[in-house]
Design a protein around this ligand. Structure first.
Ligand code: ZN
Length: 230
């Protein structure tokens, strides 16, 4: 039963299993299996952690007061997302996979993977890039590729790559196994450092998935660039 380790905030220090310390915030026992230890030695349960932004980092360096402030900020954020945030643009892989919404009137954005998205402003972006994960193709895969009418080669062709000069290319003899849009944030109320958007679930062999990933990554890239340069 390792489900607890797959939650957001991978770098947080956790207490061991079966630790029954009470949560300093709610006093609940919900955190019997996964507790977060704060800087002054108090414990917090997973439910209370989930009242903060998914993107909040370094929880183990926070005091109880700082945690309370983060929860307050997130509640304020959620109300603002419901009542004020107006998506003027939405970037999506396809109709079922919406990744990012932008409020151009406020120069703000949210990542839509989060259930109650955290609002960030474009001012807070320090850096952004697209990472491509590739893997050398085996002889067999090379043959299969030929069978797919050179599908892999298509994504390496001049014609295809010239459409997306800002995005990384897949090296010869390799296949694409992942694509991540990474955003590094400067100072922000939620103490978030990095945002990651998964552009591709994995190499499934479907051309449209890679094409959607490239197209959507390019749209997001251009959008951020507009804000940074404009
Ligand atoms: Zn709690």
């Amino acid at each position: 039963m390792l489900w607890g380790f797959n939650r957001a905030g991978k770098e947080d220090k956790r207490m061991g299993f079966f630790d029954k310390k009470d949560c300093a915030l709610c006093g609940g026992k919900a955190g019997r299996f996964i507790n977060y230890k704060l800087v002054n030695g108090e414990y917090m349960c997973a439910d209370c952690r989930n009242r903060m932004s998914d993107h909040t980092e370094d929880i183990s360096d926070m005091t109880l007061e700082e945690v309370k402030e983060q929860i307050r900020l997130k509640e304020e954020n959620d109300a603002r997302y419901q009542n004020e945030f107006e998506a003027t643009r939405v970037f999506e892989l396809d109709g079922n996979h919406k990744l990012m919404a932008v409020d151009d009137n406020r120069a703000e954005f949210v990542l839509l993977e989060e259930k109650n998205p955290t609002i960030f402003s474009f001012d807070q972006i320090m850096d952004f890039k697209v990472d491509l994960h590739t893997k050398v193709m085996s002889q067999e895969e090379q043959k299969k590729n030929a069978g797919l009418n050179g599908l892999m080669s298509f994504f390496k062709s001049e014609e295809y790559l010239s459409r997306y000069p800002e995005l990384p290319n897949c090296p010869a003899g390799c296949k694409i196994v992942g694509m991540y849009f990474r955003i590094r944030l400067g100072e922000n109320p939620f103490r978030a450092g990095k945002l990651e958007i998964k552009m591709l679930q994995g190499w499934s062999g479907y051309k449209t998935e890679v094409e959607n990933a490239y197209r959507c990554a390019d749209e997001i890239y251009r959008c951020i660039q507009e804000y940074k340069e404009g």
